[in-house]
Design a protein around this ligand. Structure first.
Ligand SMILES: [Zn+2]
Length: 91
């Protein structure tokens, strides 16, 4: 009757949805990043990503020169190291 211990959701974690605009899929990945111009090294921003948008979000950030690390949603790194020098002009 009263929904004391909501039946369906077991853990308290709840559902995490992909950060990509207009995507409502459940996220399985964490895209951790920071903007070195405004964020100190200990600062980590995290976007959630579904399988489909993991690469999209990573590339979006990487193309701006931001350090970015993709990990499992429950294994977000404490820091995002400076991006290694990216090879350019290789195709
Ligand atoms: Zn998505």
């Amino acid at each position: 009757m009263t929904d004391a211990s909501s039946g369906s959701d077991a853990a308290g974690a709840g559902r995490v949805v992909c950060s990509r605009a207009a995507c409502a899929r459940e996220a399985a990945w964490a895209v951790a990043w920071r903007n070195p111009r405004i964020h100190p090294a200990e600062r980590v921003k995290v976007w959630a990503a579904c399988d489909e948008h993991r690469g999209y979000l990573r590339d979006y950030l990487a193309s701006r020169g931001f350090p970015v690390v993709v990990s499992a949603l429950d294994a977000v790194p404490e820091r995002v190291p400076e991006a290694p020098a990216m090879p350019r002009g290789i195709s």
